[in-house]
Write a protein that binds this ligand. Structure first.
Ligand SMILES: *Cc1c(COP(=O)(O)O)cnc(C)c1O
Length: 440
């Protein structure tokens, strides 16, 4: 059968998440307390996270059950389809097969609800009445607004001021799902008031908004904090993508040669790739290439250092061992807002350092060209973040063409670009800055 779309049944939604910490050859270096530089304890995290998530953060159980309530919400859009990009293959005249896992069909339009729903659930379980978070362009904020609404938890979102003013549509979406959205810095927190006193006209930053959200959670008993990427429990929740993907390749009777995906904090790609990294660790598929793709404007994996660094700009969070460009690094204002983080998931960083995964970086001009070709052939409009993965898949398909190899290439298409049309407009008007990185 000539298949274009491999869909699974609702009963095929995974019943467990896959925890790669169980299969690491050497354990992850622990997060350190920002002041004492000693490994942090569960007690250090209790003021802002529920115990259910704190346990997952350090767990070495290989499979962690997905609660029924979470699976029931996943049913709205999961299992997500795996597409074969036949029209893109034809346009490239490549002998390679190109597949993509489409995460743009979720209510918030990206992979982020895979973790937001789980986080809302564990907080609800422990009696938390309110979740707070930060958001840049609004992708994570909208995922959390949707999820808290379904569990009947209040949600407050500190949205970076320049996005709040320039990108109203995601703010409206968050408010439609019942969240309270504030232009950050606010006068609601000490961190916000201090920054406003120093610089009343600041346009804000993700680092400032994180400081506000963490302070809000730490100073209210009924309130916790939620983070949309980087941490082990977030990556764990995203493994529903990779577990489904593996099953879809079983249905096809095939196994990929190359898997690629875009990396900001690493959650969508780690979630897609880790069930396959397991095969590499076990050496059942030693030749599989697992490739992270990032912007040249924020080249964390390709040009950063592997060391301990803070998760936020101010230096309030635990120190994480990861690839980093330095916690005070501020990338240029590229449209792929979700890929502007200075660090990366410690798990994805370690597996890259240990040689199971590799990384590539592209300019913004290149990734928009790839997105345009993809949209013209496949129809779906990708987020600028996801376009990084598309560019890599196209390059691998062209390499396969040069060598006349029938490679099987799969990438994760992490979200749709319907809220990013201003970025596409800039591309159409030849106004895309490449924002290349200059080493400090
Ligand atoms: C947030 C986001 C990303 C980057 O985050 P990761 O944690 O690296 O997955 C990528 N794509 C989309 C569509 C996003 O919303």
């Amino acid at each position: 059968m000539k298949r274009t779309k491999i869909t699974l049944d609702e009963n095929d939604i995974p019943k467990h998440w896959y925890n790669i910490q169980a299969d690491l050859k050497t354990p992850l270096d622990p997060p350190l307390h920002p002041q004492t530089r000693q490994p942090i304890t569960p007690d250090d995290l209790k003021p802002i996270f529920p115990l259910g998530l704190i346990k997952q953060e350090a767990s070495t159980d290989r499979y962690i059950p997905i609660p029924t309530e979470v699976r029931d919400i996943y049913r709205i859009w999961r299992p997500s389809p795996l597409y074969r990009a036949r029209r893109l293959e034809a346009a490239l005249k490549t002998p390679a097969e190109i597949y993509y896992k489409w995460e743009g069909g979720s209510p918030a339009g990206s992979h982020k609800p895979n973790s937001a729903v789980a986080q809302a659930y564990y907080n609800k379980q422990e009696g938390i009445e309110r979740l707070v978070t930060e958001t840049g362009a609004g992708q994570w904020g909208s995922a959390l607004a949707f999820s808290t609404q379904l569990f009947g938890i209040a949600c407050r979102i500190y949205m970076v001021k320049c996005s709040y003013e320039q990108k109203p549509y995601r703010r409206i979406l968050m408010q439609t799902w019942g969240a309270e959205v504030h232009s950050s810095p606010t006068t609601l927190t000490q961190a916000g008031r201090d920054i406003l006193k120093k610089d009343p006209t600041t346009t804000g930053s993700l680092g400032i908004s994180i400081s506000e959200a963490v302070e809000d959670a730490a100073t209210h008993d009924n309130t916790n904090y939620a983070l949309g990427s980087v941490l082990n429990h977030v990556v764990l929740h995203q493994t529903v993508i990779g577990l489904e993907l593996k099953k879809q390749f079983e249905v096809l009777g095939k196994y990929p040669d190359i898997i690629c995906g875009c990396v900001g904090g690493g959650s969508n790609f780690a979630g897609s790739a880790f069930p396959f990294v397991q095969d590499k660790i076990k050496a059942t598929h030693p030749n599989l290439r697992i490739v992270s793709v990032e912007p040249l404007a924020c080249p964390t994996l390709t040009q950063g250092e592997y060391r301990y660094d803070y998760g936020d700009t101010v230096g309030l969070t635990p120190l994480l061992k990861m690839y980093t460009l330095g916690h005070d690094f501020v990338p240029s204002a590229i449209h792929a807002g979700g890929l502007r983080y200075h660090g990366d998931s410690p798990l994805l960083s370690k597996l890259t350092k240990d040689g199971y995964m590799e990384a590539l970086a592209y300019t913004q001009q290149e990734i928009f060209e790839a997105a345009m070709l993809f949209t013209k052939t496949e129809g779906l409009l990708p987020a600028p973040e996801s376009a990084h993965a598309i560019k890599a898949a196209i390059d691998f398909a062209l390499m396969a063409k040069k060598k006349n190899q029938k490679k099987i290439i799969v990438f994760t298409n992490s979200g749709h670009g319907h809220f990013d049309l201003a970025a596409y407009d800039d591309y159409l008007h030849k106004k895309i800055p490449n924002g290349e990185y200059k080493k400090p």
